[in-house]
Each structure stands twice: as structure tokens, then as C-alpha cells.
Design a protein around this ligand. Structure first.
Ligand SMILES: Cc1cc2nc3c(=O)[nH]c(=O)nc-3n(C[C@H](O)[C@H](O)[C@H](O)COP(=O)(O)O)c2cc1C
Length: 175
């Protein structure tokens, strides 16, 4: 499969650790590309709806090349830290920009990885899961997994042996 990973974190911390561990398991059988919105220039969606009559977004920044990559993928992995009980602005920015090509995102396989400082029974993970469930329903996505990990300090997740094994196995499982 062609897998596109959208990394919602700006730091080399827990989310990147989770992504890299997933990649370790998935690399053998898949073509993988990671998108790091924090390193791109993507203006927020203005809701101008010009994209409904034109081919893509009117913004002449990294939006259209980024959405091209997502539209061409078989699977999208959304990975994000929790910021204020939700996904990060970096990830939401890209998701909002998918509005211009929503139909091309239909039927994708998706995975979701969330890292937050709070324990995994905190309501924040449920809120994020619900939001992705709604998107999945709207765009007929097949959700392969939704995984949450509690880790706060930058290198904390790397010390969680169980999580590392689970992420590696998750990667191995996608073909
Ligand atoms: C602006 C900001 C808001 C945060 N809000 C939350 C929150 O609402 N709930 C939570 O559990 N952790 C929160 N955190 C902690 C991060 O989710 C946590 O440190 C996470 O491991 C960061 O992931 P990263 O290492 O991939 O950047 C917040 C951190 C920042 C910087």
C-alpha cells in the first residue's frame, strides 16, 4: 500500500517515536511518506469555496501538493499529540484543506495515533475518536485502528516497551 503519514507534532517527541516505530514494522511491505505540516507553508482554509468550482485550493502554497499526496494514498495515518483536549492545529490545518478534494479521499483506509500527557481514560481521547469517526462516516473510511498513548516528556513513549511492541506490530499488520 501507499501510506501517507500526517505528523501533527512539531517536535521530535512521542508522536514521532510512535510514527517511526510504526514505520519500522510497515516499511517492508508498503511505500511510506511522512507529511510534516509544521515544516510546510499551508494557509488555513478560508471557506471561500472556490475549490468547489476549481480543481483544488486557490492558495498558492504547499496545500495542493500535500493534498495530491494524500489523495494518491491507499492509507492515511493521522498522528497527533493532544493539545487542549483535541488534535493539534498542524493536523487540523491539513484536514481542513482536504475539503477542496474531499471526494478523492473517499474509501481510504485510515489509522489514528494519539499521544497525550493524561492517562488513556481521559475524555480527550474519546472526543478525538468521535471526531475521526464522524469524518470516517462522511468519507466512507475504513478505520484500521485508533490507538492512544499516555506520554508527556519528549522521550517518554520510547521507554514504554508495550507501546513500542504494539506500534511495531501495527505496522507489520498493514499490507
Ligand atoms: C499547547 C499544548 C497543549 C497540550 N494540551 C494537552 C491536553 O489537553 N491533554 C494532554 O493530555 N496533554 C496535553 N499536552 C501535552 C502533550 O499532549 C504531550 O506532551 C505529548 O506527548 C506531546 O507529543 P509530542 O512529544 O509528539 O510533541 C499539551 C501540550 C501542549 C504543548
Amino acid at each position: 500500500m501507499k501510506i501517507v503519514i500526517i505528523n501533527g507534532s512539531a517536535r521530535k517527541g512521542n508522536t514521532l517515536t510512535a510514527i517511526n516505530t510504526f514505520i519500522k514494522g510497515a516499511a517492508e511491505h508498503n511505500e511510506i511518506e511522512m507529511i510534516s505540516p509544521d515544516k510546510l507553508h499551508i494557509a488555513p482554509c478560508k471557506g471561500c469555496k472556490a475549490c468547489q468550482c476549481h480543481k483544488g485550493c486557490v492558495d498558492q502554497d504547499d496545500t495542493n501538493p500535500t493534498i495530491d499526496k494524500i489523495a494518491a494514498a491507499d492509507m492515511i495515518l493521522f498522528a497527533t499529540p493532544v493539545y487542549w483536549w483535541g488534535m493539534t492545529a498542524q493536523l487540523k490545518l491539513v484536514i481542513d484543506k482536504c475539503y477542496c478534494r474531499g471526494l478523492q479521499l473517499k474509501g481510504k483506509k485510515v489509522g489514528i495515533i494519539v499521544t497525550g500527557g493524561a492517562p488513556v481514560d481521559n475524555v480527550q481521547y474519546e472526543l478525538i475518536r468521535k471526531q475521526f469517526e464522524c469524518m470516517a462516516g462522511y468519507l466512507s473510511w475504513e478505520v484500521l485502528f485508533f490507538k492512544t498513548y499516555s506520554a508527556n516528556a519528549k522521550d517518554e513513549l520510547a521507554g514504554n516497551v508495550e507501546a513500542m511492541e504494539e506500534l511495531d506490530k501495527l505496522g507489520q499488520g498493514v499490507k
